[in-house]
Design a protein around this ligand. Structure first.
Ligand SMILES: [Mg+2]
Length: 222
């Protein structure tokens, strides 16, 4: 049985393209850190409340991925409508997003700037039009922060903050690093009403009222 898996080829190509992107702006030795966004963790986030119904991985193509993302965002939007309508006096609401294969079409968008993941952009736009600040927490290394910030802004996200991994963060596991950034956002007075990502490591660790898990197809999408 040799079922073709187009997503797997795309994921491999993307790893190369991300490295190439970094190579444009950094010395060669720094580019070696760009593969650190991938994870093989299969841990299920205990706090995840909404999870994509993953199709069999062999069947995943772009249309399936988009349908799976839309199904999760179809649950996020009604919650956001209700939550933003119930803003408490003085409350600063925020949503935290992962970047790769969450807000951007990383593994399916072989181009730069990478296109927005449309179902997620629609939810983000509703939020930003209703006073919610958008924060982006990515395992991408700091060396490509500016191209990431430009990319997010270019496709329509209003970036209130972009957290990338500094040198010392490279020695922490991704979930610990990402949780620490949410603590930092809270320390600035924000209430994180939702955390949206496609990997378990985006969502574990608390510090969000709700979590929404997009598909990663058993770790195949970073
Ligand atoms: Mg991701």
């Amino acid at each position: 049985m040799t079922t073709r898996r187009p997503w797997a080829r795309r994921a491999a190509v993307t790893a190369v393209s991300t490295a190439a992107l970094a190579a444009l702006v950094v010395p060669a030795e720094a580019a070696t850190t760009t593969t650190s966004t991938s994870t093989t963790s299969t841990t299920t986030a205990a706090t995840a409340t909404v999870t994509a119904t993953a199709a069999a991985a062999e069947d995943v193509d772009y249309a399936t991925w988009q349908q799976d993302c839309q199904a999760v965002m179809d649950q996020a939007l009604p919650y956001l409508k209700q939550r933003t309508a119930a803003t408490k006096p003085g409350e600063k609401q925020a949503i935290v997003f992962d970047v790769d294969n969450t807000t951007l079409e990383t593994d399916f968008g072989f181009s730069y700037p990478q296109p927005a993941n449309k179902p997620v952009l629609a939810v983000a736009k509703y939020a930003q039009e209703h006073g919610v600040s958008l924060f982006f927490v990515t395992a991408r290394p700091g060396i490509i922060a500016s191209v990431t910030d430009y990319n997010l802004d270019h496709v329509g996200y209003q970036v209130s903050g972009l957290y990338v991994r500094g040198f010392s963060d490279l020695f922490k596991d991704v979930a610990t690093y990402k949780t620490a950034q949410r603590v930092d956002i809270e320390s600035k007075g924000y209430t994180i009403i939702a955390n949206i990502g496609n990997s378990a490591t985006d969502l574990s660790g608390g510090h969000a009222e709700k979590t929404y898990k997009l598909p990663d197809y058993d770790g195949q999408l970073s």
